[in-house]
Each structure stands twice: as structure tokens, then as C-alpha cells.
Design a protein around this ligand. Structure first.
Ligand SMILES: NC(=O)c1ccc[n+]([C@@H]2O[C@H](COP(=O)([O-])OP(=O)(O)OC[C@H]3O[C@@H](n4cnc5c(N)ncnc54)[C@H](OP(=O)(O)O)[C@@H]3O)[C@@H](O)[C@H]2O)c1
Ligand SMILES: *[C@@H]1O[C@H](CO)[C@@H](O)[C@H](O)[C@H]1NC(C)=O
Ligand SMILES: *[C@@H]1O[C@H](CO)[C@@H](O)[C@H](O)[C@H]1NC(C)=O
Ligand SMILES: *[C@@H]1O[C@H](CO)[C@@H](O)[C@H](O)[C@H]1NC(C)=O
Ligand SMILES: *[C@@H]1O[C@H](CO)[C@@H](O)[C@H](O)[C@H]1NC(C)=O
Ligand SMILES: *[C@@H]1O[C@H](CO)[C@@H](O)[C@H](O)[C@H]1NC(C)=O
Length: 326
């Protein structure tokens, strides 16, 4: 009698806790966007600008388009001037009232201190982040989206010990070091124009996936930095800059997947819209699209040993599929 009442109470508390968790998770995806708070005009009448890295393709390109629709002028960053010019003229045609600019910088060319002793500095041509900063100085920049990146290719799945030093260094540089230095030089500018938004695009793979070591780890680096910079800004107490880390699952309309979208695989445009809709509410690090959040929730709900088996089997299947198709 007594014990059944205890069990009933435990049950009720568990159900209530679960309901609260589900409701607060759902809330993230139904509340309207607050991105508008970053689309403000400066004191001297300048219109807001957003910088999107990796805007020549995929999700970055979709971000540029969506930001134009929401009242921002957009700096399109990429490594290939020709490709960027094509994207710029396509966007300009669709959005004649928006200003677009291009910014070319190869994100894998971050200055590497040790390379200087290697005798390879002739071909290295390191990036000059101060020059990037100066090139943007005249703009009323209020949004920075660190999107450039992606996993290694040919092959995608490779064990750490089979990966060359170049492959690993290149991927960590693009996914982690480049955004780190970009934010270092742009933070004062964004602070001046606050309220401002910094968004970092990560992956569900940041949880750690086998055969994707440098990608998973560099994405987690990014998410830890997101939390850290958020605290550093709060610590300085000077400016209002939101730091939002957005985790992304499988997406179509990107360089390695041009298939049509499906339930768990939204289009790049849907993904960009979803990510921007999460802005303005101080979420910290979140999964941008509800379908990816559902996928993640299913993994989180599983006991650890089962989640391990699922991860190992999934990656094994993908590796086999990759081997077959090559
Ligand atoms: N697609 C997915 O399923 C998925 C899943 C999880 C996370 N993400 C993340 O979403 C972001 C965008 O990926 P995406 O799928 O849209 O990829 P994408 O279609 O391949 O586009 C990547 C963009 O980044 C640029 N980029 C790549 N390396 C660069 C470098 N070294 N220097 C300068 N720019 C460089 C590309 O330029 P080019 O046009 O010159 O190649 C392109 O504009 C990435 O951070 C990725 O990790 C994607
Ligand atoms: C740059 O983009 C153009 C247009 O998409 C493409 O034809 C060219 O091969 C690219 N260059 C490099 C170095 O990838
Ligand atoms: C590296 O570059 C510096 C300056 O650009 C030059 O003085 C030096 O000789 C170069 N070293 C090698 C090994 O090429
Ligand atoms: C990752 O490394 C591979 C191999 O060096 C390269 O082909 C790919 O473009 C790299 N991707 C990124 C985003 O650095
Ligand atoms: C984004 O990543 C950079 C570099 O890793 C980091 O310095 C910054 O704190 C991150 N900010 C956000 C909002 O994600
Ligand atoms: C992503 O979606 C495509 C279909 O659009 C599918 O072929 C592919 O296997 C999926 N990749 C992952 C990593 O789930």
C-alpha cells in the first residue's frame, strides 16, 4: 500500500519531468524568430551586413539567400573567386535591393608557426586576418556565420592512423582554426555594432564518430569555443553579442549531396531558415532543425551500449557503401 504510493509518486514525477523536457525541446522549434534584433540600422544610418563563410555552395549559399530575404546585405566568403562571382550575380538578380560583396580567402591557409622551419613557406602564402578585418571595416557588420568547412573527401571515412598529416591538418584548420582567428579579428567590430550575432555551424558528428576523427573533433572544438566566447563576452560585460552554435545533421543541396530532400534530410535552404529561426534567444548550442533534434533525441534515449552498436553499424555500412561506389 505504502510502497505503491511511493512508486506512483516516482512515476508521476518522472512523467512530469519528461513532459517538461519534451515541452522545452519543442518550444525551441515553434517560437518565432528573433533574428530581426540584429537587422538594425547604425547610428549614422548604415544598413546591416552579414558575413557568411563558405557561401559559394550548400548551406552557406542558402544562408546568404535567407539573410537577404530578412533585410541584411551579405558578404559572400569562399576560396574560389569565379564560383563566388556566379553565386553573387545569381543572388543579385533575385534580390536587386540587397548589396552583396565577395571575400576570397582559402580557410586552409592559416599561418602555421612550425611550417616556417620546414622550408615550404614559398607555397604556403598564409592568410592575413588583419587584411580581412580591414576589408570589412567600412560595413555595419552585425552577423557572422562561420559555416565554411566540411569533412574530408575521397574517402570520407578513414581511420586516424590511415589519414595523412596533410588531410588531418587541413581539415582541422578549415573547421576549427579559421573560424577561431576570424572571430578574433572581427569581435571588436561586432561588439561596436552590437547587438550582434555569431553563429557557428557544427555537426551531429561532434559527438564523436569513428573514421571521422579530425572532423568530429574539430566540430567539438568549435562548440566549446562557442560556449567559451559567450562567457568571455559576458565576462567583459561590454557588448551584447549572441553566440549560437548550430548542430546540423544530413542535408541535401550541398556539394556532396544533390538528391531531393526527405524527412531526416532537409534541403540546405530549409536548414538555413531553421538555423536563423533559432537566433535571438540565447540558446547557446542547439540542434538547428527539429528532424535532426529528433534523431539526436532517439540516440540520447538509447542506453550507451546500444547507441555504440548503432554508431558502429551505421559507419560500417557507410564505409562499405563508399568502397562499393568508388
Ligand atoms: N551537408 C551536410 O549534411 C552537413 C552535415 C553536418 C554539418 N554540415 C556543416 O555545414 C557546413 C556547410 O557544409 P555544406 O554541406 O553546405 O558543404 P558544401 O556544399 O561543400 O559547401 C561548403 C562551403 O565551404 C567552402 N569551403 C570549403 N573549404 C574551404 C576552404 N578551404 N576555404 C574557403 N572556403 C571553403 C566551400 O567552397 P567551395 O565552393 O569553393 O568548395 C563552400 O562554399 C559545414 O561546416 C559542414 O561541416 C553539413
Ligand atoms: C572555381 O569555380 C569554377 C566555377 O564553378 C570552376 O569551374 C573551377 O574549376 C573552380 N576552380 C577551382 C580551383 O576549384
Ligand atoms: C621563408 O620565407 C622567408 C621570408 O619570406 C625567407 O626569408 C626564407 O628564406 C624562406 N625560407 C625558405 C626555407 O624558403
Ligand atoms: C579535408 O581533407 C581532404 C584531404 O586532404 C580534402 O580533400 C578536403 O577538401 C578537406 N576538407 C576540408 C573542409 O578541409
Ligand atoms: C565560433 O567559433 C570560433 C572559432 O572556433 C570561436 O572563437 C567562437 O567562440 C565561436 N562562436 C560561436 C558563436 O559559435
Ligand atoms: C544523407 O541523405 C542521403 C539522401 O539524401 C543519403 O543517400 C545518405 O546516405 C545520407 N547520409 C548520411 C550520412 O546519413
Amino acid at each position: 500500500m505504502y510502497s505503491s504510493r511511493i512508486f506512483a509518486s516516482i512515476g508521476a514525477v518522472t512523467v512530469a519531468a519528461l513532459a517538461i523536457n519534451v515541452l522545452s525541446a519543442v518550444k525551441v522549434y515553434v517560437l518565432p524568430s528573433k533574428l530581426k534584433r540584429y537587422a538594425h540600422v547604425s547610428a549614422d544610418g548604415k544598413h546591416p551586413w552579414a558575413l557568411v563563410t563558405g557561401a559559394s555552395d550548400g548551406i552557406g549559399r542558402a544562408f546568404a539567400e535567407e539573410l537577404a530575404l530578412r533585410g541584411f546585405n551579405v558578404v559572400l566568403h569562399g576560396r574560389n573567386q569565379t564560383k563566388l562571382d556566379v553565386v553573387k550575380s545569381e543572388l543579385q538578380e533575385k534580390h536587386p535591393e540587397t548589396f552583396f560583396r565577395t571575400l576570397v580567402a582559402d580557410a586552409s591557409k592559416v599561418q602555421c608557426v612550425n611550417c616556417l622551419q620546414g622550408g615550404e613557406n614559398e607555397s604556403h602564402h598564409p592568410l592575413d586576418f588583419n587584411a580581412i578585418k580591414d576589408a570589412l571595416q567600412d560595413l555595419h557588420l552585425t552577423v557572422l556565420i562561420n559555416n565554411a568547412g566540411g569533412g574530408a573527401r575521397d574517402p570520407v571515412y578513414l581511420s586516424l592512423s590511415d589519414s595523412s598529416e596533410e588531410r588531418i591538418t587541413d581539415n582541422v584548420t578549415v573547421n576549427a582554426l579559421f573560424p577561431l582567428h576570424l572571430i578574433r579579428v572581427l569581435l571588436p567590430h561586432l561588439a561596436q555594432n552590437s547587438p550582434a550575432l555569431i553563429m557557428n555551424i557544427s555537426s551531429l558528428a561532434d559527438a564523436g564518430l569513428p573514421l571521422l576523427a579530425s572532423y568530429s573533433a574539430s566540430k567539438q572544438f568549435l562548440m566549446t569555443l562557442t560556449r567559451t566566447i559567450d562567457l568571455e563576452i559576458a565576462f567583459s560585460g561590454k557588448a551584447e553579442i549572441e553566440c549560437l552554435g548550430v548542430r546540423v545533421g544530413n542535408v541535401t543541396g550541398v556539394s556532396h549531396n544533390r538528391q531531393s530532400p526527405s524527412f531526416f534530410t532537409p534541403s540546405a535552404n530549409t536548414m538555413a531558415r531553421a538555423a536563423l529561426d533559432r537566433a535571438g534567444r540565447g540558446h547557446g548550442v542547439i540542434t538547428g532543425h527539429w528532424a535532426h533534434a529528433l534523431q539526436q533525441a532517439m540516440m540520447d534515449f538509447m542506453p550507451t551500449f546500444l547507441a555504440r552498436i548503432v554508431i558502429l553499424n551505421t559507419i560500417r555500412e557507410r564505409k562499405e557503401a563508399e568502397l562499393k561506389s568508388s
